[in-house]
Ligand binder design. Structure first.
Ligand code: ADP
Ligand code: MG
Ligand code: ZN
Length: 478
């Protein structure tokens, strides 16, 4: 029997407001432990939470950007459990009335088709504190700086069918959060976290299988690896006639496997109930409209504009708009040259290769958009060939010099002067009588051989178009 996976993701994103969700404490990262705290976020008796309007605005932005319906009335609820990082003994979250529902995002699959992934709900909640375990003594410390930092949870429909789609969906969510500038979306640093729910079912059937929930996934790579492992594990279990147990499993990145953390029996009963300290949240139409108007151009729209206005292939547009900074870089570069596709090729190829090798982001690029455009202009003007341009690009990566200076200093200017090239062409033909005979006898593939010879003799500087034309002339007209 063939099985297919069914995946639904729960994503927590930390919002970038300056203050916490229910008090005025700072959300700044990296302060000494327990310095960004007050009686409210420490859960002292008698204190009252006051909702930060900025958090609601950010949550609304994400809701609108993901095509959700923003609810006119929503409610905060208490999620009750005990843990030392949770001073109140409950987390303020939203439960039966979340701020937004029924949205979707589009992801681009490998073959270029676009797939819609449904979003069940988005709700706001507060983060818990952080336990720090002493590696040398049986002692743990608690840091409450993070307590009350605002989060949104984005719950997907079980519309995702493979680990790759899960990765694409997460990248799309992160990209939207970053375009909106409401979250850092950094998985490694914990400002973007994901729990993955996965089950398998016989291909073609519609009923869901029993799912497991995977936690401890702190990179995109781990999400995809953990899902792939878990899908195999579940299929094997079913194929062997055993059952999948509904449970929470942890990803063990060292051993590359998932391990059982807790079963359904041990699952929490959180005893949710509406928080009596907070009135229902009422959002009027006018505010929704205002927030909608304030939305920047989003990745999807920008991708479509790149295809339309720059005439780029879907694939290029998708890669270039994945991050706002890369898209900005492309637009700056494209504005200075004639053919936008050339800028796209250089950015996706040479530039991204360089940045990957150096572990840099595009905002840290040693070659600015203007410097890259200057280099591309030299190709467009026929001053250097594309091949020479790669050498110049490498030089530019290690110095501040502009392309033109490097080309002049190194004497790389392309030779388009026909008489000079003609001379080399004649010599190459004269020196390879055997190849000439074979070529004229029908082995036309040898043409590349002659081009290569001429280019070699001119140190790569001959204008390839002129070389092609002159060679053809000589070889075809004896
Ligand atoms: P819980 O609150 O217990 O985690 P939810 O009903 O909120 O449960 O579901 C959480 C996530 O699990 C959602 O993203 C949903 O799409 C996904 N999910 C639900 N059932 C399945 C299933 N059988 N297989 C895979 N994913 C599922
Ligand atoms: Mg869950
Ligand atoms: Zn506080």
């Amino acid at each position: 029997m063939k099985f297919e996976p069914v995946i639904g993701l729960e994503v927590h994103a930390q919002l970038k407001t300056n203050a916490k969700i229910f008090c005025g404490c700072s959300t700044a990262f990296g302060a000494p432990p327990n310095t960004h705290v007050c009686p409210v976020c420490l859960g002292m008796p008698g204190v009252l939470p006051v909702l930060n309007k900025g958090v609601v605005e950010y949550a609304m932005k994400m809701a609108l950007a993901t095509n959700c319906h923003v609810e006119g009335t929503s409610r905060f609820a208490r999620k009750n459990y005990f843990y030392p990082d949770l001073p109140k003994g409950y987390q303020i979250s939203q439960y039966e009335l979340p701020i937004a529902r029924n949205g979707h995002v589009n992801i681009t699959l490998e073959d270029g088709t676009v797939k819609k992934i449904g979003i069940t709900r988005i709700h706001m909640e507060e983060d818990a504190g952080k336990l720090v375990h002493d590696p040398n003594r049986p002692v743990s410390y608690v840091d409450y700086n993070r307590t009350g930092v605002p989060l949104i949870e984005i719950v997907s429909e079980p519309d995702i069918c493979s680990p790759e789609e899960a990765g694409a969906y997460l990248r799309q969510l992160r990209s939207i959060l970053r375009y909106l500038d409401i979250s850092d979306g950094n998985m490694e640093e914990g400002s973007f976290r994901c729990d993955a729910n996965v089950s398998v079912r016989p291909r073609g059937t519609s009923e869901f299988g029993t799912r497991t929930e995977l936690k401890n996934l702190n990179s995109f790579k781990f999400v995809e690896k953990a899902l792939a492992y878990e899908i195999d594990r579940q299929i094997e279990a079913l194929a062997n006639g055993s059952l999948v147990v509904q449970e929470t499993r942890l990803w063990d990145s060292e051993k590359s496997r998932t391990i059982s953390m807790r079963g359904k029996e041990e699952a929490h009963d959180y005893r949710y109930f509406p928080d009596p300290d907070l009135v229902p949240l009422v959002i009027d139409r006018a505010w929704i409209k205002e927030v909608k108007k304030s939305l920047p151009e989003l990745p999807d729209q920008r991708r479509q504009r790149f295809v339309r206005d720059y005439n780029l292939p879907e694939y290029d547009a998708d890669v270039l708009t994945a991050s706002r900074e890369t898209a900005d870089y492309f637009e700056q570069c494209a504005a200075l040259i004639s053919n936008p596709k050339t800028a796209s090729n250089w950015i996706m190829g040479e530039l991204m290769g360089l940045l990957n090798a150096k572990g840099l982001s595009i905002t840290e690029s040693p070659i600015s958009a203007k410097r890259l455009a200057d280099l591309i202009k030299l190709i467009e003007e026929g001053i250097i060939s594309g091949k020479i341009a790669k050498t110049v690009f490498d030089e530019m990566a290690d110095s501040d010099r502009v392309a033109k200076t490097i080309v002049e200093e190194k004497g790389l200017v392309q030779v388009s002067d026909e008489s000079a090239i003609e001379e080399t062409v004649a010599r190459v033909i004269e020196n390879h009588p055997e190849e000439v005979e074979k070529y004229r006898g029908g082995k036309t593939k040898l043409f590349g051989f002659f081009v290569g010879r001429v280019m070699k003799e001119t140190g790569g500087k001959a204008n390839p178009q002129v070389v092609n034309r002159l060679l053809k002339n000589r070889l075809d007209n004896k």
